[in-house]
Write a protein that binds this ligand. Structure first.
Ligand SMILES: [Zn+2]
Length: 409
């Protein structure tokens, strides 16, 4: 009896020791991050690329036998949508990216992940994933939109509002892969507006996460709870690299969206939205963050360690809010017309790069107290007067006009 008690009391000490012999989750994440520059697909240097270019980059990985390739169907314009398969394990994970043709950050990361799996077949993550999981990847599920770098499909439809009616061939491709494979887990990979903030923290959201609801009540069921545990692991990993820059998406149920329906179809689904990163318009840093987060998530699913994740790190993330502009000019004097008192104001301006990078078109979005807002670039006018002919709500500005407004400091 005493001996049994002694062993039982030793168990809590022995079990952590046993786990410690493997890498800790944060060491795994750092290890993966350290390998990124070595394994990434080097030819991907811009976030705008076509399906043809992508297939060219994937050819050596397919030829090496790392991933198996099958045709999942064709787009409205006749482009073949390939399904890439890695591993032979019992747990199936489906990852799809670029349903919106101009949201390519995670597509880049999926290419980098396949490149990692090819370059590092003996890595503990590669082995665990290969043995325990079957990973199914649909990078660039909307290749016609990607061709034009626009959100919608060639039929002008937002395919992420087509998971009820299945009008588009692209939505039918995704559904047919789901029906054929019945994946246990799903990753729905997007880019969001770069001007979201992490709640009211004045931090631009780098990545936002969501374990979508399965109905209007937003109640948890086992499928969604499992997704929240995976999302909590992703939040923890990202919190190590980009602390304070991870937000949560609003979980209002959208009956036409794929994430919500995948969850209803019993695939525990996590939405990952890449946002903005100052000074990195091509999103190469967020590409790396997707690479790290997804590889670690696959590893957690493969080892089953996600089951021990408390959902709290996910639940505690602040919601995305829209409290950012591209440019804020603070403390400027503005007199809208003669005879009206001048006021000291902040001016919020958004910038949309044109077809030619010199042809930037900006728009005056707000005027007044913008102290609760942040911006990629903040200028202090220190009371200097702004040209009231330009600073008019919703007024469009040329690049030259914008430059003329910015304080020279
Ligand atoms: Zn999207």
């Amino acid at each position: 009896m005493i001996a049994r008690l002694a062993i039982r009391s030793l168990l809590p000490a022995i079990i952590p020791l046993f786990i410690m012999t493997a890498q800790t989750p944060s060491a795994t994440a750092q290890d993966v991050a350290d390998r990124f520059d070595k394994v990434k697909v080097r030819d991907v240097i811009s976030r705008r690329f076509t399906q043809q270019e992508m297939y060219g980059w994937l050819t050596p990985i397919v030829q090496a036998g790392t991933v198996r390739i099958t045709s999942a169907g064709t787009s409205a314009e006749g482009r073949t949508i390939n399904l890439y398969r890695y591993g032979t394990g019992p747990v199936k994970v489906l990852l799809w990216s670029q349903m919106h043709g101009d949201e390519s950050t995670a597509t880049m990361a999926l290419l980098d992940i396949m490149s990692f799996l090819r370059a590092e077949p003996g890595h503990p993550i590669s082995r665990a994933v290969r043995d325990r999981l079957t990973v199914l990847m649909l990078p660039m599920i909307n290749p016609d939109g990607a061709e034009r770098f626009t959100r919608r499909t060639a039929q002008a439809i937002d395919m992420n509002r087509d998971a009820m009616r299945f009008t588009t061939p692209e939505a039918r491709v995704l559904k047919s892969v789901h029906d054929a494979e019945r994946p246990d887990f799903g990753f729905n990979l997007h880019d969001q507006d770069t001007r979201y903030t992490v709640g009211t923290t004045r931090q631009i959201t780098a990545i936002a996460l969501l374990a979508p609801a399965t109905d209007e009540t937003r109640a948890d069921n086992a499928v969604r709870l499992r997704a929240k545990r995976v999302a909590a692991g992703v939040a923890t990993v990202l919190g190590r690299f980009i602390p304070g820059k991870v937000a949560k998406w609003d979980d209002t149920f959208e009956p036409r969206a794929f994430g919500d329906n995948m969850q209803r179809w019993e695939t525990s689904t996590v939405l990952i939205e890449s946002g903005g990163w100052a000074g990195d318009p091509e999103k190469m840093h967020l590409r790396k963050m997707n690479f790290v987060a997804l590889l670690c998530a696959l590893h957690e699913i493969a080892t089953g360690s996600y089951e021990r994740n408390d959902p709290a790190p996910y639940e505690a993330l602040p919601f995305n809010m829209r409290l950012a502009f591209d440019v804020i000019i603070r403390n400027a004097k503005l007199q809208t017309s003669p005879g009206i008192p001048a006021a000291i104001v902040d001016v919020g301006i958004n910038v949309t790069p044109g077809t030619d990078s010199t042809e930037v078109v900006a728009s005056v979005e707000d005027i007044g107290d913008l102290s609760t807002y942040t911006a990629y670039k903040v200028y202090d006018a220190a009371g200097a007067e702004l040209d009231a002919r330009l600073v008019i709500l919703e007024n469009k500005l040329t690049a030259e006009q914008l430059r003329s407004l910015l304080p020279q400091n």
